[in-house]
Design a binder for this molecule. Sequence first.
Ligand code: GAR
Length: 221
Amino acid sequence: MNRKLPIGVLLSGGGTNLQAIIDAIEQGRLDAEIRTVVSNRENAYGLTRARNHDIPATVIDHRGHPSREAYDRVVVEHLKGQGVELVVLAGFMRLLSPFFIRSFPDRIMNIHPALSPSFAGLHGQKQAFEYGVRFSGCTVHFVTEGLDEGPIIIQAVVPVLPEDTEETLAQRILVQEHRIYPRAIQLYSEGRLVIEGRKVRVTGEESDASAGSALVNPHIP
Ligand code: GAR
């Protein structure tokens, strides 16, 4: 059996991306072991998802710490104590301090619900919807000190349809988030992600024969 990559998942909310990662592990598509799930909010449903699968889940409340770094030091110590090698941000609604990022250099991933570098920050789906783009999607990237701007690992594109609302677009994007996040972690686990400046090279990547046909929306009849 392949070695299992020890990961720690940080979240603040519902945890559907955590669930997708759990499912991928249980189905044998992801050679990883979730050593810990950490939430900064005690009512995050993601904690329940973890416990339903006997995964240790911990609340580390951000309130009551004198600074962002003071909080991050507690989280980093916890993650290191669990032997975490890769930190997976899955809807963790807090900025990480430089201290945190330097504690896990090139070993933190995030998922953003837009096609980076567009629509960074909060509510990427809403920003894209209001802007009127014809395509949006989601991005898994390594975390650097800039907001949502680290080297891109994998992206999925979805169309924006005429009948869409913010919610239906967000749902379409979320379905793709659940596909690409476990895949990004698996590529990392296989040692196939090589960061070269701004870019990530995926070793052994095959070129896609369909790449010559562009996506157009609205479609050309
Ligand atoms: C996801 O849509 C994720 O892309 C987003 O939060 C949601 C968490 O959902 N993350 C960000 O916006 C980070 N900037 P989940 O708790 O169901 O996985």
